[in-house]
Write a protein that binds this ligand. Structure first.
Ligand code: PFF
Length: 461
């Protein structure tokens, strides 16, 4: 390979059709189960307000700068994360060690999809349940039992995980414009509208005030150091940063698009969706006497209760879970993308075959997550280490990807863009000038890495 920056994706035919298309696709990647399923349940598990504040700080100080840097790196390299990091280390004349960023991405996106898709399968099941009226008139116990019944059945989980993966493989195989763009254009805005409707419903319960204070009045005595790491990991997870996904999407971004403005827009959309989801869900948790720390089943137990009680709940519920599915699919396709790009570039397989082989392998690895909720629910592979006590295979995978690979990938990206890359053209590339650019670079070079390092030091030493 020459030491010039090669940019195969920067040909007009494979670029996003507009800035809006990129925003929608990147927001489609960012907004997903992380916002609607994970954010509420980890907020509940970590005691509420203090966790939310740390999460918001992590978004601002770590998430947004890394999002900007990763998009910029992706556009400059114009290839899969592995190819991009290879050509940038050559053109910048820096150590080949930085290429680990690309590898970390391909491996992490592979692993994250293996468990994400299992939860995606739950949303498929819940579309059917809602449409069939399974929640009508059901009380908290009955709805809890329905969810428990699903988790207890590995075959059913495996089958729906398979259906979810099949949808993702199909869309990715069709390619960036026809597949990815079309899927997000209409459905993302619709999800937003429906969430607002859910919040309005929740405002009319008697527990809205309690939910707001749970989410926003901080009680730092409830926040552990592991909770702080979870907040940092979730800031990375929810913005899809640190593992090459944004780098892969950035490789299709036209030169004229302003990266900083675009990244800010994406972060604002993503954070609003998470906060709205919390405001929709916690009032229902409190008004039904449920436990905020109930874990991964939280939305699958609270929302059906509301749908079961409200007029038109069958239609409303079915639409809601359909949109949850769409949000999950648009994130999942972004996780498969780096794997497929890598297979295309380095193994010479076609896009269709890459999607199929990659997808099948991911489906298989998903078995570990499927079994974590039933047959292996008492298997704690690292239970002998105090820190990982009680963690199932699913918990460990989530921890590995969300709390280690994504933040550490983010750290490496911040260091690479802030310290290793040459400064020429950077300000234009990012789309910031003058004092704002200087301030941004200071954050990226010092504050972002320091934030990540400090959280890690507190957790592990
Ligand atoms: N950001 C997605 C969500 O919040 O659901 C999850 C995600 C997408 C994680 C892409 C990682 C990733 F590479």
């Amino acid at each position: 390979m020459s030491n010039q920056t090669v940019q195969p994706h920067q040909q007009a035919s494979s670029l996003w059709s507009s800035r809006l298309a990129f925003i929608l696709a990147a927001a489609g990647s960012a907004v997903g189960l992380g916002n609607i399923w994970k954010f509420p349940y980890i907020t509940g598990e970590n005691g509420g307000g203090a966790f939310v504040i740390v999460y918001l700080i992590c978004i601002a100080v770590i998430g947004v700068p890394v999002l900007i840097a990763e998009t910029m790196i992706g556009r400059r390299g114009g290839q899969s994360p592995v190819g991009t990091m290879r050509s940038l280390t050559e053109s910048e004349g820096v150590s080949r060690g930085w290429r680990a960023i690309g590898w970390n991405g391909v491996i992490a996106s592979f692993l994250v999809l293996s468990f994400y898709s299992v939860i995606g399968g739950w949303s498929l099941v819940y579309i059917g349940k809602a449409a069939a009226g399974a929640f009508v008139g059901a009380d908290a116990d009955a709805i809890g039992a329905q969810f428990g019944g699903l988790l207890g059945n590995p075959w059913e989980l495996l089958a729906w995980h398979g259906v979810f993966m099949a949808i993702v493989i199909f869309i990715v195989a069709k390619g960036i414009r026809s597949g990815l763009e079309r899927a997000v254009n209409l459905l993302m805005p619709l999800l937003f509208v429906l969430l607002i409707a859910m919040v309005i419903y929740a405002m009319n319960t008697d527990s809205f005030g309690r939910a707001v204070s749970f989410m926003f009045s901080p009680d730092f005595s409830k926040l552990t150091t592991q909770g702080v790491l979870t907040a940092l990991g979730h800031a990375a997870f929810t913005l899809s940063i640190g593992i090459g996904v944004i780098m892969a999407y950035g490789s299709y971004l036209p030169k004229r698009v302003n990266i900083a403005g675009t990244a800010m827009t994406i972060a604002v959309i993503d954070t609003s969706v998470a906060l709205l989801a919390g405001l929709a869900i916690f009032p229902l948790v409190f008004s039904n006497g449920l436990e905020p720390g109930a874990g991964p089943g939280l939305i699958f137990v609270t929302l059906p209760l509301a749908f079961g009680k409200m007029g038109g709940g069958i239609v409303f519920g079915a639409i809601f879970f359909t949109l949850l599915l769409v949000a999950a699919v648009t994130s999942a396709i972004s996780m498969l993308e780096p794997v497929v790009e890598w297979l295309e570039e380095h193994k010479g397989v076609s896009r269709v075959k890459g999607a199929l082989f990659g997808g099948l392998a991911i489906w298989f690895i998903g078995l570990g997550t499927v079994l974590s909720f039933n047959v292996w629910s008492d298997v704690h592979p690292l239970g002998f280490i105090g820190y990982f006590e009680g963690k199932t295979v699913f918990d460990l995978l989530d921890f590995l990807v969300s709390n280690l690979m994504m933040p550490l990938g983010g750290l490496a990206i911040a260091l690479f863009a802030g310290w290793a890359m040459k400064r020429e053209g950077l300000s234009d590339d990012i789309g910031l000038r003058g004092g704002i650019y200087t301030a941004f670079m200071a954050v990226l070079r010092y504050l972002t890495p320091a934030g990540i390092v400090v959280v890690f030091l507190y957790n592990f030493f």
